[in-house]
Design a protein around this ligand. Structure first.
Ligand code: EPU
Length: 428
């Protein structure tokens, strides 16, 4: 087991380059299955969720080669299986994208229901409703979803909630279905648009991605492509908050500023300086943070995946801030850890009331999920004294080389192994 040890209180300064988007990459890798030729995918983030996706592709029979640190060559032509077992899915929520891609490719998919972050109830009813509209039937046995169809046909799907996962899954299944699929109330996140661009670059016929109606005309053949994944909106947003929390001055490079707008607007309201350039943003902490109110919403609203990070910043802002979680039932677990660092937060259901304090104080804490882990890093960098963060495997699911990137900005952070308890060893 490893943990991060952070000595807080250093102003972070310099430049950081953002990696490829996790949530686009975890959709694009399963999408390669649909191709009839090999593909080369660039700007793939080096994170453990991608390791999981690669393992699944290999087990299904694909050839996967690393051309360099961020480029993958994937040849799906020798795929011989439509089954993804629990040992491969339990650590990666997005493994359920193999349902849509395998169904679209061979008309069958057996995929064990995934694990991933515990943010509250994570049903897949909208995915199954969408697959049914395309002519698939589903059964569930031993935690595994089985999908079958004799003939996948285009259909009309209206989602009862805006869902990223179901939008991706139906896009994947519909690409090669017979006829036109229309998805209404679709998710509009940047990674939905990136997936559509990727599929279209292979010859798919998808229109409207980025709006709430997506139309997909099925095609018979998808050719190989070379495609570069968009930069990670949430990694960029996390570094923006880190700059603000440490009163730093950081140029965050290789981003699409339009994707960061909702984060930029809130940071400016809090009193942080954000300057936008073509493919970078410069964020400077001004030393005086002010309260604000935030509600997380589907894109283009404020992203839920930035909620723990911005809430952590607000623990150090003057006045009382209100943060409402609009997507997940249970995304305030990290609050107990922040309280141990001196934060003043009360939570009632999906609403947190944050009373700003002057300074957080270092403490041993645990990451309870990926973004909660990012929040602990922000708190540790801003706090007085030493913070030790356990369960960092959650953080490594989604942030490439985070401690190296932080060290290059002047942070005092290191990864250390946790030795087995000496006392327990004597007893055993
Ligand atoms: N929902 C349903 N039924 C469904 C599917 C979703 O009721 O069939 C509900 C969920 O319970 C939730 C809401 O709809 O309340 C939105 O869920 P969504 O399907 O959009 O979430 P997801 O696809 O499982 C992705 C990201 C999450 C991010 C959410 C919301 C990926 C791999 N994951 O999850 O990212 O929080 O969208 O934007 O793209 C993260 O990166 O830390 C992360 C958790």
């Amino acid at each position: 087991m490893e943990k991060y040890v952070i000595e807080g209180g250093h102003r972070l300064q310099g430049e950081v380059v953002i990696s490829g988007a996790k949530n686009a990459a975890v959709a694009i890798l399963p999408a390669v299955i649909l191709s009839d030729e090999p593909c080369t995918i660039e700007n793939v983030p080096n994170i453990s969720d991608i390791d999981c996706a690669i393992k699944i592709l290999l087990r299904l029979g694909a050839e996967v080669r690393m051309i360099n640190r961020s480029t993958l060559y994937i040849d799906p032509r020798k795929i011989h299986s439509h089954t993804v077992e629990y040992d491969l899915t339990k650590n990666m929520r997005a493994s359920y994208y193999f349902l849509g891609s395998l169904l679209g490719k061979v008309g069958r998919a057996d995929v064990s229901l995934p694990g991933g972050c515990d943010l509250g109830s994570r049903p897949i009813d909208q995915h199954l409703k969408g697959f049914a509209s395309l002519g698939a039937t589903d059964t569930m046995e031993g935690g595994m979803v089985h999908l079958t169809t004799d003939h996948l046909t285009g259909g009309r799907v209206y989602f009862d909630v805006v869902t990223v996962g179901a939008t991706v899954n139906i896009m994947l299944a519909a690409c090669k279905a017979d006829g036109m699929t229309i998805i209404e109330n679709a998710a509009k996140e940047p990674h939905i648009v990136d997936l559509a661009n990727f599929l279209n670059s292979m010859g798919a016929d998808i229109m409207g991605a980025g709006t709430d109606v997506i139309k997909i005309r099925g095609v018979q053949y998808l050719h190989g492509t070379q495609y570069s994944i968009i930069p990670d909106q949430i990694e960029a947003g996390t570094f923006m908050v880190i700059a603000a929390a440490t009163e730093g001055d950081v140029l965050i490079r290789g981003v699409i500023p339009k994707h960061l707008e909702s984060i930029t607007v809130k940071l400016q309201k809090i009193g942080v300086s954000v300057e936008e350039y073509d493919d970078s943003v410069r964020v400077r902490g001004t030393g005086h943070l002010q309260k604000t109110s935030i509600k997380t919403m589907p894109h283009p609203g404020f992203p839920t995946d930035m909620q723990p990070q911005i809430s952590t910043l607000l623990t150090m802002a003057e006045g009382t801030s209100i943060v409402t979680e609009g997507i997940w039932d249970n995304r305030f677990k990290y609050v107990d850890e922040l309280r141990r660092m001196g934060a003043d937060i009360s939570v009632d259901g999906k609403v947190a009331v944050i009373q700003g304090v002057d300074r957080l104080k270092g403490a041993p804490v645990k990451a309870s999920d990926l973004r909660a882990g990012a929040a602990m890093i922000i708190a540790g960098l801003a706090a007085e004294g030493i913070t030790e963060i356990e369960n960092i495997h959650y953080i490594e699911r989604g942030y490439e080389d985070i401690e190296k990137k932080l060290r290059a900005l002047g942070a005092n952070i290191k990864k250390v192994g946790i030795p087995e308890d000496g006392l327990l060893k004597q007893v055993r």
